[in-house]
Design a protein around this ligand. Sequence first.
Ligand code: FCB
Length: 449
Amino acid sequence: MPFLRFPEHFLFGSSSSAHQVEGNNVHNQWWAFEQEPGRIKNGDKSGLAADHYHRYKEDFADLKAMKHEAHRLSFEWSRFFPESPTQLNPEAVRHYHNVLDTLHNLGIEPFVTTLHFTIPQWFAEMGGFEQEENIRHYLDFVRFLADEYGRKVHFWCTINEPNIYASFAYIIGEYPPAKKNIRTAFRVLSNLLKAHGRAYHIIKSLHPASQVGLVVHLPVFAPLRKGSFIDKLTARLADWVFNGIILEALKTGKIHFPAGFFEKHDFIKDSNDFIGLNYYVRMFASPKHAVATALNALDTDLGAFRRTGSERLTQSGWTVYAKGLYKCLKRLHRKLGLPMYVTENGIATEDDEWRKIFIRKHLRQVHKALEKGMDVRGYFYWSNLDNFEWSFGFEPRFGLVDVDYANDCKRTIRDSAWFYAEIIQQRGFWQDEKAKNESLEQIFPQEIQ
Ligand code: FCB
């Protein structure tokens, strides 16, 4: 049984986002949303979150101890420009310099996301990404970031998961502004793609050597009933609407939505030096579910949409399907032919043994992609810390590090973190544990019981 070795330049790390860990991001639209009753599970509010804003040094020291080589984090727009597009908050500027300096001093490569679901409340009040003319405010922010931090940041992720942002905020209604309107969702998606394309060129014009890419979330769509033609067709359709349109836009510059919406923008084509993949889930499609989604009545049983039988569910109601990660990498490779980073992949569970199995299984798939010659350059586990999981609140535990919210956010590094650290340190792992012990037995016979 072989040892699955990852290349020397391959980056192992973890991913996070500002609002989910920092605490007290009081000037963004999520904060306002959380104050409305019934929006977040158990009435949770992000509040102090994991208090990472004050404890980033401790958290980054933990990353180092856990052998991470890179860390993906987001810069919170509403901290820089809390009240208006022009009033800059110098404390935020200093803070993120300190954040970057701390990472660099530890030898951890930062990947900075400029927009991870949160927008300043003033921007939300002017319609956010619903209005095309508002994009310029985001671009001003990006220009500011590239100008201020460009010498310290080599890797930029522009926008996190445009399809999740548009669908959860404008179809499913779980994210602010919780509108349910498919046309608006498409407009927002199209504006996010335009914002990404423009942001790419802004950063590159200021720092040509930097690496800039969009982060896409690709669920795998499968037919609910295996042999059913109509379910297969629905799965294809859902895949096209949710994933395909974005990939096509990145490849050709064409944004082509159902019902005749069509635009072509050359600045979206070739707007990635790499592509970030967030992979979590397989979704099972049937016409009933598709119609329910389209009619935005998906407060039906999401569980049924995510599993076919009695598969074990994670705390976010997902099943584990590691092979899907390989499928998505292969798809991206074929469609875009770009270097790829798995910018997020993780599991919400209190069962830390399950997390270890999850990591192994998914890294196995990444390795398979490497074996097939695909250009995968890194893997970021979501997340280093337990955090505020949007409308799920604090219940899902994704972290390699446990955060005890009731006890001053005390951190405890989980076993799975050490398990992952060992993989990083050895630059790989034995294909199966039994083989590992057997081969160790040959080397150190007395030490293996
Ligand atoms: C992704 C988000 C991230 C986190 C994970 C679990 O869709 O990018 O913020 O919530 O899911």
